[in-house]
Design a protein around this ligand. Structure first.
Ligand code: FMN
Length: 327
């Protein structure tokens, strides 16, 4: 898949996830390979220009983390010039606009999914973005408030008309929780309305679901979120099995994988490590039959060293069991 000068191969994208898609997870994923485009967490467009990339836990990265898309949480076009200027200085490979986040605090600010109700503001944001960068520009949406094909079509057509290069669709309505089955077939509809690459997101957690999603959506690429933290080898598996990519197999025992992630967290300042370890462990623990014990012990730790040692104690007496399903 190509968007402007950027080749995304395999067409497997890491989803932006607040608290999860930071440098430590990205470098862990790179050990296995198969990710065509990495992502940051959502970044406040208004705060971004003042962030120090050497110290900011949101911007820190290693040279290997490429190609890397930066997701902007935008509320108005006036934030765009300075934000894009900063992203250019950081060497962003793609700029993604968050139009789908349903979190109340994001909506209260006027960002995320509430922008889908304000066509003219989104139009101004994208037009400004397009003026500021000739590089790849994408957006991520949900399906909307309710199934309203006309509204969704008009919105997607407007995005493409304003110069968007790629659209990612989390195939759920705004209020639908992660336990609801994603509506991948709607992505097929969207593909008929616009002629830019459309990426499917939501509920892809195995080679089988990747195949099913591609069959139902006809999407140009797949974006994976939570499963990146549960089984970081998911991209490599799908790349090999679905896209025929010749990626060497890395066999790493789960405790060693966890230790690698912990090691990568060392580059964050001490006060930022624990929260990130807790967030990751919530998902990683699903590899173990008694994983809820691991998650609870790490969750209730007072500091990083305690969390790490409790995790090691858990690993010493627990073999991975049957995986529980994703929440
Ligand atoms: C902890 C967490 C944080 C998230 N943060 C963001 C975010 O910053 N920006 C965004 O567009 N979506 C965010 N999402 C949504 C994901 O990008 C993705 O759309 C969703 O998890 C569905 O994909 P999955 O089923 O593969 O996890 C977040 C999801 C989770 C679970």
């Amino acid at each position: 898949m190509n968007i402007r000068s950027l080749r995304i191969w395999p067409p497997l994208l890491l989803a932006p996830m607040a608290g999860l898609t930071h440098s430590a997870l990205r470098t862990t994923l790179l050990l296995y390979g198969g990710v065509g485009l990495l992502s940051t967490e959502m970044l406040s467009a208004s705060r971004l220009p003042g962030e120090n990339e050497q110290l900011s836990p949101y911007l820190m990265k290693t040279a290997s983390e490429r190609p890397l898309s930066y997701q902007l949480l935008v509320t108005g076009e006036e934030q765009i010039p300075a934000a894009i200027h900063k992203l250019r200085s950081l060497g962003a490979d793609c700029v993604d606009i968050n139009l789908g986040c349903p979190a109340p605090r994001v909506r209260r600010m006027g960002g995320g999914s509430c922008l889908m109700d304000d066509f003219s503001r989104v139009r101004r944001i994208l037009a400004c973005c397009r003026r500021e960068t000739a590089g790849p520009m994408s957006a991520k949406i949900r399906l909307g408030e309710s199934f309203d094909a006309l509204k969704l079509r008009d919105f997607c057509v407007m995005l493409a008309d304003e110069g968007l290069d790629m659209l990612t669709v989390h195939a759920r309505l705004r209020r639908e929780s992660f336990v609801r089955r994603p509506h991948w077939e709607w992505i097929g509809q969207i593909k008929q309305w616009i002629d830019i690459p459309v990426v499917a997101n939501g509920g892809i957690d195995s080679v089988e679901t990747a195949r099913l999603c591609l069959r139902q959506s006809g999407a140009d690429g797949l974006m994976i979120g939570r499963t990146a933290a549960t089984t970081p080898w998911i991209f490599a598996d799908i790349a090999r099995e679905v896209y025929g990519a010749g990626i060497p197999r890395l066999e790493l025992a789960l405790p060693d994988l966890y230790a690698t992630f912990v090691e990568a967290l060392q580059r964050f300042s001490p006060d930022r490590r624990l929260g990130r370890l807790k967030e990751f462990t919530h998902y990683f623990a699903k590899n173990y039959f008694f994983g809820h014990h691991l998650a609870t012990r790490v969750q209730s730790s007072q500091n990083f060293a305690e969390a790490r040692s409790r995790a090691e104690t858990f690993f010493a007496s627990n073999d991975p069991g049957k995986r529980t399903s994703l929440p």
